[in-house]
Design a protein around this ligand. Structure first.
Ligand code: ZN
Ligand code: ZN
Length: 642
């Protein structure tokens, strides 16, 4: 069976391409939608961006079997997009989610089309897998894989697998989602896998997809999902009135000070550390009093606590009759009862410990109180997203943050851990391809003076790709721009490599380790190794009265090495840019073309010094031979000295 689609009206059609009938016309007799039906079961109308998402997915899978991702903010009606795709798919469709609430919601939206589908979820007490479309929970499906991998006569293979909240797909090969995909692919090697999420990144892993349709590289080259084919920005959703406006109010009373907390290696805060700050904190009663005051004319309030003990304390300060608590340990029947009561507005205050960030849908929520630090802008967006759905009588959603979370709700995700608390997302244009990269960095006014990007994320036409028609624009024939902002040069072939590379990507030789270079220099009598503690720039003149830039490096003991640069002619300026600026700029790629030594001195905040400098004695003078930047070896670096 082909992995085709029934034609959505918006999809241009090319009948009979290669004899493979991929789409069916809208008036096709097998079309199942109850279009034109006056009853409530009529297919709900898709919003423009939902239609566009569907169109892009179909377009992608017409030309590719590579797993794709669609990014839609919480509350944007992902389940409608899923339902429409399932309706249009010609083959069998399996829609997976990690929690049964989501299985149930997605199934309900599909039923709203007047269509019927199966549910395979032990938690929902249903294990059906006979219909064309099946909504399942991954835990149940992985336990009953045989029924999906080898369908009985007449049912056919699955051609489309949709994974909701796909940022939960673990990179580990043996994880549940991967096992399901593996088995379905064995039955049908052309299985299409589509992931949907509001937050396409994982802590510690970065972006879950490799390429973005805007023409850039996001995740590593080996991540499971290959391409993000559609993304709807949260800001646009609010602006167009599809989501309620978040109104962030700075808390008037005290707040918690989580600033001393550092995430552990997996990027998460430790519960016991969160607990040490939050539990028993004197600020809690005042904070809850303010929440109650602010909530007077609000309909539903969600409070996000830092730990279970903290949550229990919070509950103690809320009106007992209209408040409840859900933790990871709450039994599922109790959890369901509480959620039902909250949705029915019998309960006004719902306290939880990060368990209700996904798959929970209570549109009337119009106050979110955050009493915990969030490790990523993604988690912050998930929390705030609980309050952005539209609901009758709701104008906006109040966001009260008592934990000093630094995130801008609309800030784009950089995809790598924030290097330090002063860093913010900055835009850096690639000097080679012009792509506007997004990196962590620092600004002085509008000027980007530092960034931590290593390689350009732009996609450029692959040198190996066959020339294609303009209309056939596809990022799969493109490759990542080779420009590197930070690099180390291969001593053999001169290629620029990532600063962490072990082997040269150009000639495959092992790159000389920085420690080996230092060790060798330390052995030589006519070599001097400086552990650089600082760098001075000086506009001076040489013996013949010509303007020169003098750069002096010094170590902790005051031992120095110097080098001189001329900037008079264009050739000298070019050499200075290549030999000095390229490595010394704290924000490489940001244009800086000084024409005099004075100009360099005046802009020295934009420059960094190397970690080590190696000098050699030539006659009576010392010459700078090598400068080591981005050093991570086993020698100690100098203590920063102004
Ligand atoms: Zn580039
Ligand atoms: Zn090389």
């Amino acid at each position: 069976m082909d992995a085709g689609w029934r034609l959505a009206a918006a999809v241009p059609q090319c009948p009979g391409v290669g004899g493979l009938r991929v789409f069916v016309l809208p008036h096709d007799p097998v079309q199942k939608a109850a279009s034109g039906s006056p009853s409530a079961s009529a297919a709900p109308a898709l919003r423009p961006y939902q239609r566009e998402a569907v169109r892009r997915v179909i377009e992608h899978f017409r030309g590719s079997d590579e797993p794709a991702v669609v990014v839609l903010p919480t509350g944007s009606g992902k389940s409608l997009v899923i339902a429409e795709l399932a309706r249009l798919a010609r083959g069998r469709v399996l829609v997976l989610a990690h929690v049964r609430e989501l299985v149930e919601q997605n199934h309900a939206k599909y039923q709203a089309y007047g269509l019927s589908a199966d549910i395979f979820s032990a938690g929902l007490g249903r294990k059906e897998s006979g219909r064309q479309v099946v909504f399942g929970s991954v835990q149940s499906v992985v336990r009953g894989l045989e029924r999906f991998a080898s369908p009985s006569q007449g049912q056919g293979d699955f051609t489309l697998l949709v994974i909701d909240e796909c940022h939960r797909v673990s990179p580990a090969e043996d994880a549940s989602f991967r096992r399901v995909i593996e088995r379905l692919r064995r039955a049908n090697p052309r299985l299409k896998v589509l992931g949907l999420t509001a937050t396409p990144y994982r802590l510690g892993q970065g972006f879950i997809y490799h390429r973005h349709h805007h023409g850039m590289v996001r995740g590593e080259a080996d991540v499971f999902f290959r391409e993000c084919v559609f993304e709807q920005p949260l800001r646009l959703m609010v602006k167009q009135g599809y989501l309620a406006e978040p109104v962030r109010v700075d808390a008037a009373v005290e707040r918690y000070d989580f600033s001393a907390l550092a995430p552990s290696t997996n990027g998460l805060f430790r519960e016991e550390e969160l607990n040490r700050v939050a539990a028993g904190n004197r600020a809690t009663p005042g904070i809850i009093a303010e929440v109650i005051e602010r909530a007077r004319d609000r309909q539903g309030v969600m409070l996000f606590a830092a730990s279970v003990a903290h949550a229990e304390e919070i509950l103690g300060y809320l009106p007992a009759a209209t408040a409840a608590l859900i933790t990871g340990e709450t039994p599922s029947t109790e959890r369901e009862r509480i959620i039902a009561a909250f949705k029915a507005r019998e309960i006004k205050y719902l306290v939880n410990v990060a368990v209700l960030t996904t798959g929970f849908d209570a549109p009337h929520v119009d106050l979110i109180a955050i009493l915990r630090p969030t490790e990523s802008v993604g988690l912050y967006q998930q929390i705030v997203g609980r309050g952005l759905r539209l609901s009758p009588g709701k104008r906006d959603c109040l966001i009260l943050d008592y934990a000093g979370n630094p995130w801008d709700l609309y800030a784009p995700e950089v995809g790598s851990p924030r290097p330090d608390s002063d860093s913010e997302p900055v835009q850096v244009e690639c000097p080679a391809c012009g792509h506007a990269n997004l990196f962590w960095g620092k600004r002085d006014g509008e000027l980007v003076i530092e960034h931590f990007g290593r390689r350009c994320q732009g996609l450029v036409l692959s040198s190996r790709a066959r020339p294609r028609a303009k209309s056939e624009k596809s990022t799969s024939t493109m490759e990542q721009c080779s420009f590197r902002f930070r690099f180390k040069v291969c001593g053999e072939c001169g290629a620029e490599n990532d600063i962490a590379a072990r082997r040269c990507h150009g000639c495959q030789t092992l790159l000389v380790d920085a420690d080996d270079k230092l060790k060798e220099a330390l052995r030589l009598r006519d070599a001097r190794v400086l552990r650089v503690a600082g760098m001075q720039l000086e506009a001076t003149v040489n013996g013949r009265g010509l303007a020169r830039l003098k750069v002096t490096y010094h170590d902790e003991e005051g031992v120095t090495l110097s080098e001189w640069f001329a900037l008079e002619t264009p050739a000298q300026r070019g050499a200075f840019a290549a030999a000095f600026l390229r490595q010394h700029l704290r924000a490489p790629g940001v244009p800086f073309r000084p024409t005099t030594p004075e100009e360099v001195v005046a802009e020295q905040r934009r420059l960094r010094h190397p970690d080590f400098v190696v000098g050699r004695k030539v006659g009576r003078h010392w010459q700078v031979r090598e400068k080591l930047f981005d050093y991570t070896g086993r020698y100690r670096r100098a203590v920063e000295a102004g």
